[in-house]
Design a protein around this ligand. Structure first.
Ligand SMILES: [Cu+2]
Length: 141
């Protein structure tokens, strides 16, 4: 046994005042909450589809690294036309799927492609790319 090591352990617990312990714990929880809000939270209230001809609601969604806007608000019981304008060359976004409507749509690059849905019931209906990586949602009210 080396006398030096026996006398001075490598780890030494430094007692902290309770106030500091509480502060560090609260700070950590706050950071976790901020991170969850940033990545998973819903920001803003979405963009409402415009009232078009013959009661058809319409909105144009740009597909570039994601859907913009990604949250679309619409009214129930009226046809909704989504116009996807794809400028993103990634094959990932070449298809968009509406699981609740059992519909999908191919999006040729550089073109605007439309799909018409009839959202009968209020609710939140997600849509996503073919691989479920890029996502958006329809909020029907
Ligand atoms: Cu994808």
């Amino acid at each position: 046994m080396i006398p030096f090591l026996a006398a001075a352990p490598l780890w030494r617990t430094i007692p902290q005042p309770p106030a500091v312990q509480v502060l560090v714990a609260v700070g950590g929880v706050a950071l976790i909450a901020a991170e969850l809000w940033w990545f998973l939270g819903r920001h803003g209230s979405g963009v409402a589809a415009a009232e078009g001809e013959q009661g058809v609601q319409e909105i144009t969604i740009t597909v570039e690294g994601g859907y913009s806007p990604s949250r679309i608000r619409a009214k129930a019981g009226r046809p909704l036309r989504l116009r996807f304008h794809r400028t993103d060359p990634s094959g990932c976004v070449a298809q968009v799927i509406f699981p609740d409507f059992h519909r999908s749509l191919e999006l040729p690059l550089g073109a605007t492609t439309s799909i018409e849905l009839l959202p009968d019931h209020p609710g939140v209906y997600p849509f996503h790319c073919g691989m479920n990586m890029v996502r958006g949602s329809l909020e029907v009210e």
